[in-house]
Design a protein around this ligand. Structure first.
Ligand code: PEP
Length: 253
């Protein structure tokens, strides 16, 4: 575990207005302890990023975005580039979340382009991979995950891999209250590390942070985070409540 960083990242999705973001910051301020070796991130809606960067400046929380475009600028109405996020003080960006793959036509191809754009801009991409319930029942989980990881990382050189985070998020566990068992989650996270070892060698594989995501909460976090190949969590619903999020961070410390 000492080889790599533990990262607890919240994914707020399309939640919290500016005033709600302020209220959250106020409430969590005194809850989180001193920075330890666990990194804490909140990925918030674009419009709240400038305020979030300011509000959490003195805290141990780094700010992330939930998406970015794959070009640095241009005629892409309504889009936001990684470069723009970087200049605001954003450190992480979620790439290829299953909701974006499902509702906004993100493909392994665009995910790969976005990973490159994020790295180019100096952001840390949190690359999401995960199988559907149908795929799990068909028994193709490992093959699918290996394919998604390879596709997302195509063309990424080994020396950039220390900036990359992988999040294993089984689609059937996201927002459903159904958590993967610690064994199921650990098995897939371990297989992701094997894929990265084959691509980049043991040193890179040992150093890469692999998170689990999918209905992680204050009750089940400790057991999931105790697994040797689970180096943190990507947390949706439970990241919206300061007490729950703090409890998960403390389980990771
Ligand atoms: C997510 O969307 O990244 C996620 C894990 O959501 P939840 O924790 O709500 O399942």
């Amino acid at each position: 575990r000492r080889y790599r960083k533990t990262i607890i990242a919240g994914n707020w999705k399309m939640n919290k207005t500016l005033s709600e973001t302020r209220a959250f910051a106020e409430e969590i301020k005194d809850m989180l302890g001193r920075p330890k070796w666990c990194e804490v991130v909140l990925c918030v809606p674009y419009v709240n990023i400038p305020a979030a960067v300011r509000l959490f400046k003195e805290s141990r929380i780094a700010i992330g975005a939930e998406n970015c475009h794959y070009e640095s600028h241009g005629a892409y109405t309504g889009e936001v580039s990684a470069e723009m996020l970087k200049e605001l003080g954003v450190k992480y960006v979620i790439i290829g979340h299953s909701e974006r793959r499902q509702y906004y036509n993100e493909t392994d191809f665009t995910v790969n382009k976005k990973v490159h754009a994020a790295l180019e801009a100096g952001l840390h991409p949190i690359v999401c991979v995960g199988e559907s319930l149908e795929q799990r029942e068909l028994g193709v989980t490992m093959e699918l995950i290996a394919y998604q990881v390879k596709a997302a990382l195509a063309g990424v050189p080994a020396d950039k891999m220390r900036h990359v985070v992988i999040a294993y998020e089984p689609i059937w566990a996201i927002g459903t209250g159904k958590t993967a068992t610690a064994e199921q989650a650990a098995e897939v996270c371990e297989s992701i590390r094997v894929v990265i070892r084959k691509l980049y060698g043991a040193r890179v594989a040992r150093a890469v942070t692999i998170q689990y995501g999918g209905s992680m909460n204050a009750k089940n976090a400790a057991e999931l985070l105790a697994q040797p190949d689970i180096d943190g969590g990507l947390i949706g619903g439970a990241s919206l409540k300061p007490a729950d999020f703090t409890s998960i961070v403390n389980d990771a410390n």
